[in-house]
Design a protein around this ligand. Structure first.
Ligand SMILES: NC(=O)c1ccc[n+]([C@@H]2O[C@H](COP(=O)([O-])OP(=O)(O)OC[C@H]3O[C@@H](n4cnc5c(N)ncnc54)[C@H](O)[C@@H]3O)[C@@H](O)[C@H]2O)c1
Length: 419
């Protein structure tokens, strides 16, 4: 008989996974957030990952009551793995989820972690909690697994059913079982990693590599800005070489790329190795908000009334967690500018609650701003015409195109700047 599956943590990762698995299995979802479970029951996913009609039609059952986990055979944990104020891994959500699960696992259960961690967290941190609460032995009575999640919020191409899923487990038999379960969701596009630690490490380096690559772009963007060379002109030329890796400079926020390298760095330091490139990459990317505020201020020479377009951590998602646009706004204010912000994807109430920002409700205030900063290029902004800019920007006002989306055809009648 097929096992009943539980997904623990129904956020950006857990919900799409639970919905996809529920097409082939009996699946329940557990989340500690009353608010989240209520909206899902009403058929609304505020992360925009799952359409309302898909959610309403899904057989997925969701609850904040842990008793929903009763009778499940496979438990998949997708709770957050943030860092604390000192950029140290905060394993509290994993600890509390493991404690809850300890009360429901039984002989033969499989507990799979999907949260991004450093190598060892599944077997050396979560496993012992599960053992202690359940009184069962990992690898003997119940089995641990790890399967990193690679989805990219807002990306409608690389969805959970279309990307290779890495799985690993304490025994080859359990790894095969996981391959079979996940394989139903993505046409058996599965890679079985040798060990749980290898799978944990693979995920954390995927994101760390991206952070470092972007940091290199940010570093050279700053060098070339001092030389009055546009990095985009440089990248256009350099990327004609077959083995050049093209990334874009910019702010690195969110809860993955800007966070996961700290997990690896902490684990590395605890073993006595100072991870120089990883931490240098973080430092460069963390400095970008100030660097950009300086470049903008130097270019205009005086405080301006500015409108920032985009507050979320990346384009076309409503997610405001750890967005570095806030750092940019605050850095601009420190330099004397008056700054408003508009976001076509963010929830205005969240913007108020998280940052005490009142989002500009609509871009209809005529010729208000001396400059506009394209910070996060939601589709709505990419399509701006001259007339759109004229609605809110003064004639000869500044367009600071941080993502270089208007670079090929800068809007006429304004001052245009990009890196
Ligand atoms: N969002 C992404 O793009 C992405 C991609 C790949 C991997 N990841 C990783 O996946 C994990 C989850 O990320 P996310 O973006 O889905 O987070 P999220 O914050 O969107 O969702 C996590 C959910 O878990 C719930 N939760 C917290 N503690 C819980 C507990 N003890 N028991 C049950 N539910 C609990 C929260 O209420 C929330 O609804 C993280 O480790 C993240 O690094 C995220």
């Amino acid at each position: 008989m097929e096992p009943k599956i539980a997904v623990i943590g129904l956020g950006y990762v857990g919900l799409p996974l639970a919905v996809a698995l529920s097409r082939s299995y009996s699946v329940v979802g557990f989340d500690i957030s009353e608010h989240r479970v209520r909206e899902l029951k009403e058929g609304h996913d505020r992360t925009h990952e799952i359409e309302s009609d898909v959610l309403k039609k899904s057989s997925l059952q969701v609850s904040t009551d842990p008793n929903i986990l009763m009778d499940c055979g496979v438990f998949i944990v997708t709770v957050p793995t943030p860092v604390d104020a000192n950029n140290q891994p905060d394993l509290e959500p994993l600890s509390s989820a493991s404690t809850i699960l300890g009360g429901f696992i039984h002989k033969g259960s499989i507990v799979v972690f999907e949260s991004t961690v450093y190598p060892g967290v599944t077997e050396d941190f979560c496993g012992p909690i599960l053992e202690k609460v359940s009184g069962l032995k990992a690898g003997h009575d119940f089995f641990l697994g790890y399967s990193p999640e690679r989805i990219n919020p807002g990306d409608k191409v690389h969805t959970v059913d279309k990307i290779t899923k890495v799985v690993a487990a304490q025994t080859p038999e359990v790894a095969q079982k996981l391959a079979q379960i996940y394989g139903k969701m993505n046409n058996n596009n599965i890679f079985i990693a040798k060990t749980i630690k290898a799978a944990e490490a693979a995920k954390v380096i995927e994101n760390t590599q991206r952070d470092i690559n972007i940091a290199f772009m940010n570093e050279i963007a700053m060098i070339f800005a001092k030389m009055n060379i546009s990095i985009h002109d440089v990248l256009d030329a350099a990327s004609t070489k077959w083995n050049f890796l093209k990334f874009s400079p910019g702010l690195v926020g969110g809860h993955c790329i800007g966070v996961d390298p700290y997990y690896l760095a902490t684990a590395s330091k605890s073993l006595g190795h100072n991870p120089q490139i990883i931490l240098a990459g973080r430092e460069i990317n963390e400095s970008m908000a100030n660097e950009l505020a300086d470049l903008i201020t130097q270019r205009v020479g005086k405080p301006l009334r500015l409108l920032v377009l985009g507050l979320t951590f990346k384009e076309n998602v409503p997610d405001l967690r750890n967005t570095k646009v806030v750092d940019l706004i605050e850095a601009l204010k420190k330099r004397g500018h008056v700054v408003d912000v508009h976001d076509s994807c963010a929830d205005p109430e969240e913007a108020k609650r998280f940052f005490n920002y009142h989002l500009v409700p609509a871009l209809t205030i005529k010729e208000t701003y001396d400059g506009v900063i394209g910070a996060v290029m939601h589709d709505a902004y990419c399509q701006f015409s001259n007339a759109d800019f004229q609605r809110f920007l003064k004639p000869k006002g500044w367009i600071f195109d941080l993502k270089a989306v208007w670079r090929k055809q800068p809007p006429a009648g304004f001052n245009y700047w990009t890196l």
